[in-house]
Design a protein around this ligand. Structure first.
Ligand SMILES: *Cc1c(COP(=O)(O)O)cnc(C)c1O
Length: 428
């Protein structure tokens, strides 16, 4: 495949946009080479600026769960645009999508729409801090909750020490209120809670982690977190930006039958437009302005185009009783196919999967947290990535990302992908 036009466009972009991209992982830093520029996409396929067709396993990092340019979403947005694209005044649409989301997700009474997953998580912890009148939060190493200051903290040494910012610009003052725990290690979390009595406002977690590859919770982990939070007056925040409306209608709360106190959404809920949301029971949500004292606002929040797209997406998912089962079956088929060819070709790997989130770690042992995920062989991943790209299969350009399976993929597409992996893995 040729990428001449993509390379030329990237060179132009670099002159006027830092690194040529508006979000860092797009820049191929993790795999080398220059990013592919997209011209258009439909269903399971991307078409790049050089005319190549790629089977897409990122799907805009999640939102395109029903495929690119999904007709009901495209129709809703184009129709809506003709009536004006933003008012800064309430619209009926906002109530419609709120009612539908609340009917699909367990344990929430009210929802507030924002413009991104970052905003949703940032607002969720402000609300938790205001509600509990406590300052500290616990997050897990390797979990991503957007780029707001409190979350850009990772374990430097030992998860039980105060956080160290991993981006310049995050102040020590902010970092000291973020405590780090090991994913899937309840003893570690309990110890942190015990060491900071009555200080922790919230524990925030990706209930199935997807930002260190896919790492599902070990059995009992989420349940134990729930008990720990309840016993200590801590709010449990599920960051379902990735898992919401993907693993089940009601997300991970439904799938694992564990109730969170605040839930953050993004990605699928916007149908491919910039949308985030956070939701909780009445007593917590009523703490939010203009009813309560915790301030949160947005000029474009609840934007009519974004709400129209999100509503069309949620309606499609809600109306399709088999969608999550179908995604499960397709992804299981892909998993089995990949296992077969990697085994046959003698590749050392670990596959993690939950529903339509799957990742191949080039690591010999089980991957249950950030430390074990980091043991993956990045050189192998790079070869794997570029090999697949040359075969017309596009996975995320980083070993720390899950693949997002879309219902637009046919079994022929999955066979095509497995054959590509067979070919590529012979030379790993
Ligand atoms: C993508 C993601 C975010 C951030 O959402 P943005 O819309 O990129 O700001 C937050 N949390 C999780 C779990 C995510 O996967």
């Amino acid at each position: 495949m040729l990428y001449q036009r993509s390379s030329a466009l990237f060179a132009e972009a670099e002159k006027v946009i830092p690194g040529g991209v508006n979000s860092p992982v797009r820049a191929f830093k993790g795999v080398g080479g220059t990013p592919i520029f997209v011209r258009r996409a439909k269903g399971a396929y991307l078409y790049d600026e050089d005319g190549n067709r790629l089977v897409d396993y990122i799907n805009s990092w999640g939102p395109m769960i029903l495929g690119h340019a999904f007709d009901p979403v495209v129709d809703a947005v184009t129709q809506r645009a003709k009536s004006g694209t933003s008012f800064g005044m309430p619209t009926e649409l906002e109530t419609q999508i709120a009612k539908l989301a609340i009917s699909m997700v367990p344990n929430i009474d009210k929802i507030r729409f924002v413009n991104s997953g970052t905003e949703a998580c940032m607002s969720a912890i402000r609300l938790a801090r205001g509600y509990t009148k406590r300052d500290k939060i616990i997050k897990f190493a390797g979990c991503y909750h957007g780029h707001s200051d409190s979350f850009l903290i990772q374990a430097g040494s030992g998860a039980s020490t105060f956080g160290v910012p991993n981006s310049p610009g995050v102040t020590q003052g902010t970092a000291k209120d973020t405590l780090l725990a090991r994913y899937n290690d309840i003893e570690n979390v309990s110890a942190l809670v015990a060491a900071n009595p009555n200080e922790i406002a919230a524990i925030i977690i990706e209930p199935v982690a997807g930002n260190m590859g896919c790492i599902p919770p070990v059995p009992g982990f989420l349940e134990s977190l729930r008990e720990l939070c309840t016993a200590n007056g801590i709010l449990l925040i599920f960051d379902e930006v990735m898992t919401g409306f993907r693993l089940a209608k009601g997300g991970a709360q439904e799938l694992y039958d564990v109730e969170a106190d605040i839930v953050a959404f993004g990605k699928v809920i916007g149908g491919g437009l910039p949308v985030g949301a956070f939701a909780a029971r009445n007593e917590i949500m009523n703490y939010l302005a203009p009813v309560g004292p915790v301030y949160q606002a947005g000029t474009l929040s609840g934007n009519p185009l974004a709400m129209a797209a999100g509503l069309a997406m949620l309606e499609a998912l809600n109306a399709d009783a088999e969608i999550f089962q179908r995604l499960e079956e397709k992804t299981a088929y892909l998993e089995n196919g990949i296992r077969e060819v990697l085994d046959k070709n003698g590749v050392v790997y670990t596959i993690n999967r939950k529903g339509s989130m799957i990742s191949v770690h080039f690591a010999p042992d089980v991957v249950t947290d950030f430390t074990s995920a980091a043991k993956g062989d990045n050189d192998t991943f790079k070869k794997f990535f570029h090999g697949l790209l040359a075969e017309g299969v596009y996975i995320a350009p980083s070993a720390y990302e899950t693949w997002f399976i879309t219902d637009a993929l046919t079994y022929d597409d999955l066979d095509f992908t497995i054959a590509a992996i067979d070919k590529v893995s012979k030379n790993l």
